[in-house]
Design a protein around this ligand. Structure first.
Ligand code: ADP
Ligand code: ZN
Length: 712
């Protein structure tokens, strides 16, 4: 399977679950695949399509994307085509003839075509081996993107009762999932759920102060890197795009109010690397499949965690490190609250308000953002291994917050524990709030007793008290803050408390040394230009020729022979033949001019590069104990931490290149062989599939520890 993967798709490794899904599909069994954006869903039907006798019919709602997908397949030498309303009658006839003659393996079609009698007749004449239903959530009214035409698929299932079906989506809510299974008759399908973690994405929340200046700095730090900036309103997108252009960047707006032709060309320019930045409302996204978006910036607050996750998901589909930055100030929520108050339906209004609240909570976190996001979607994640959010990368400083906490709590108690965060904070800061005066709360002793913290600081502290369970929110709609039993104890016992202080960072600090980071920037730029010229010539988007990872590897290893070039990620047989000579020649010229040696391209073990991780004092403490040859359990108990945490420390130490000898922790040969086989079978380095395979035999920590030894 790996050879086949390299030959036809140019990849060295499967992403998590791809191998299992592919085997299952080739065995003609139904499957339902839940994978995040960028997880690699397409390969799950493209690979089997080549292995199965007839045609794989792919149903996709995104007509605009079909061409790019088919171009990408054809660039790999795979016979693929699409049939949709953008083609002429004659073109469609030609494709149907080709299909009847067995010259097409993968055929894309939009759902509305399925009810056309002539299309059905055509389908009956060819051998359909597999039915792939992309964006399967479109069949559900509960999803965010319901398409009535998707209901036609039921009929298609009846038309081909014995053809295996594969439904794929990145939308994971339970309700939608059940709906898809019911509608598509997938009760017997095996369900594959992969982790929604995106290890190559960094999440950061920056204060909204001077957000424009910060934005400019970010773009200066990321020259030529594709970025999507999300704004609140259509007007915002236009004015920001204009400002950015005046600043010298190439930016275009995108929103549902633009003429469809303008929308199409703006999107096209972005996909073809002719503009760097798209400034969009959330309308932008469904139709875009650009794998090398390096930055997703929320200039204004998103409406919900779901929306935020989906929008940030558009960054780094190709697996290279990419950043998701959100600008936040509490004042920004007022605008949204204003719109929420206009919603007439009470249930919808409350729902919107709750979603916004959750978003605010995310922005005001003092703990790992990735863990929080994943927990929101029902997944556990060890915070210690994140290393890719602003909190983990530069943890906020801790302060003695005993007195300020007491002040906040007494303000709550004095006002009867009925008021929300803003009211309590206004009271403490002595704000001339009309409601405070009306209620005569300005006469209370707590009025105006805080002058050493800002409003934002106080919100940050309050949110930590909430997440630590010292205070709670009661009621829906306008929830009031209340002391929890633990909060009461805290006050009564006069305990001390340490909390994190709001950071005043204005710039993202980045761990350097990412995978392929040492590549030659100048050569990379040259190759990018070459790629663009070829792409324009062939009228395809640049990523169809080669992805950024491939170019970075070329600029790092300078491969000049066909053999070495073929080892680059993304170079399969067809691309080697088509582009190999052009690229190796360009590389050779550059290498000679600059007197640089060619290096052998190593074959990658892991397909998704991880970010390098910063070491903290806690890791160094663990390192000391490892030097004393203590077991993981001993270290854990001496340090009062869990074994899982210690295992995570070891992993971090190794990935940061620390000099430690872990040999004594290596599992017995017999156990190691079992674990190694399971990892190989899983086709990736993720723990959960391996644990599922091995069952109770090994603990999570044992697997994690063993994984460290797989790399050599
Ligand atoms: P999804 O549909 O789940 O969002 P795609 O199928 O578009 O994801 O894949 C995302 C990106 O990952 C694409 O650029 C694709 O070429 C790449 N990709 C998929 N599988 C692999 C793999 N096994 N190794 C390397 N890259 C892969
Ligand atoms: Zn984190």
């Amino acid at each position: 399977m790996l050879n086949f993967l390299k030959t036809h798709f140019g990849f060295d490794q499967f992403r998590p679950w791809q191998a299992e899904i592919i085997r299952h599909v080739i065995a003609q069994k139904d499957a339902f695949v839940l994978m995040p954006t960028g997880g690699g869903k397409s390969l799950c039907f493209q690979f089997p399509a080549l292995k199965m006798p007839g045609v794989t019919l792919v149903i996709s709602p995104l007509i605009a994307l079909m061409k790019d997908q088919v171009d990408a397949l054809q660039a790999n030498g795979i016979p693929a085509a699409f049939i949709n309303s953008t083609l002429t009658r004659a073109e469609i006839d030609q494709i149907q003839t080709d299909a009847l003659k067995g010259r097409i393996k993968i055929l894309y079609a939009a759902p509305e075509r399925l009810i056309l009698p002539e299309f059905q007749l055509f389908l009956k004449q060819i051998t359909v081996s597999l039915l792939a239903i992309d964006e399967a959530h479109c069949i559900s009214e509960w999803g965010h993107d319901f398409r009535p035409e998707y209901r036609n698929l039921k009929m298609l299932r009846n038309l081909f009762p014995h053809v295996p079906a594969l439904a794929l989506t990145a939308t994971a809510t339970q309700k939608v999932r059940e709906d898809i299974i019911g509608q598509l008759n997938l009760e017997k399908a095996k369900i594959f759920i992969s982790s929604f973690n995106r290890p190559n994405l960094t999440y950061a929340v920056l204060p909204q102060k001077n957000s424009y200046g910060q934005l400019i700095n970010i773009f200066r730090d990321h020259p030529d890197q594709a970025a999507i900036v999300y704004c609140f309103s259509r007007k915002d997108t236009e004015s920001l795009a204009e400002q950015l252009c005046e600043e010298g960047f190439k930016a275009l707006p995108y929103h549902a109010g633009l003429e469809s032709e303008t929308r199409r060309t703006n999107q096209e320019k972005f996909i073809r690397d002719e503009v760097q930045i798209i400034v969009a409302t959330i309308a932008f996204g469904m139709g875009i499949d650009k794998p090398d978006v390096r930055l997703v910036i929320h200039y204004h607050l998103p409406k919900s965690i779901e929306g935020y996750y989906q929008e940030t998901g558009r960054a780094g589909r190709d697996g290279l490190p990419s950043d998701c930055i959100l600008f936040y100030s509490y004042a920004d929520t007022m605008k949204q609250q204003f719109f929420i108050r206009q919603i007439e339906n009470e249930r919808l209004r409350q729902n919107a308000s709750q979603k916004l609240d959750q978003m605010v909570q995310y922005c005001e976190l003092a703990t790992c953002r990735r863990s929080h996001l994943l927990a929101y979607f029902g997944e556990d994640h060890q915070p210690e291994i994140c290393g890719g959010c602003d909190i983990c990368l530069s943890p906020p400083e801790e302060i003695d917050a005993t007195i300020i906490t007491q002040k906040i709590m007494s303000a709550m108690v004095r006002t009867g524990q009925r008021f929300g965060t803003n009211y309590v904070i206004d009271l403490l800061l002595g704000a001339k709030n009309k409601k405070i005066i009306e209620r005569e709360h300005h006469k209370l002793s707590v009025y105006g007793i805080v002058d050493d913290f800002s409003k934002e600081d106080l919100r940050f502290i309050t949110s930590q008290l909430l997440s630590r369970g010292l205070i709670t929110k009661n009621g829906d709609g306008y929830p009031g803050l209340q002391l929890s039993p633990r909060g009461h104890d805290f006050l009564k016992q006069r305990e001390a408390i340490h909390l994190r202080k709001l950071k005043s960072i204005t710039k993202l600090s980045h761990p350097s040394g990412a995978v392929e980071d040492g590549y030659d920037r100048e050569l990379f730029e040259k190759l990018r230009l070459l790629r663009k010229t070829i792409a324009d010539d062939q009228e395809v988007p640049p990523f169809v020729v080669f992805g950024d990872l491939a170019l970075r590897q070329m600029a790092l290893y300078l491969p000049q022979s066909a053999e070495n070039f073929s080892r680059i990620s993304g170079v399969g047989e067809a691309k080697l033949k088509q582009y190999g000579a052009t690229f190796t020649e360009a590389i050779q010229t550059y290498a000679q001019e600059n007197n640089l040696p060619e290096k052998k391209v190593p074959v990658k073990k892991s397909a998704t590069p991880r970010r390098p991780q910063a070491l903290g004092s806690t890791h160094l403490e663990t390192q000391k104990l490892v030097q004393k040859k203590m077991s993981v359990a001993e270290i854990a108990s001496q340090r009062g931490l869990t074994c899982a945490t210690i295992a995570a420390h070891l992993e971090k130490l190794v990935s940061a290149g620390a000099q430690i000898d872990l040999g004594y922790l290596r599992p017995s040969d017999e156990n190691f062989a079992k674990i190694k086989a399971a990892f190989e079978k899983s086709g990736g380095m993720s723990l959960s599939p391996v644990q599922k395979m091995l069952g109770e035999q090994f603990s999570y920590e044992e697997l994690r520890l063993a994984r460290l030894f797989l790399k050599d």
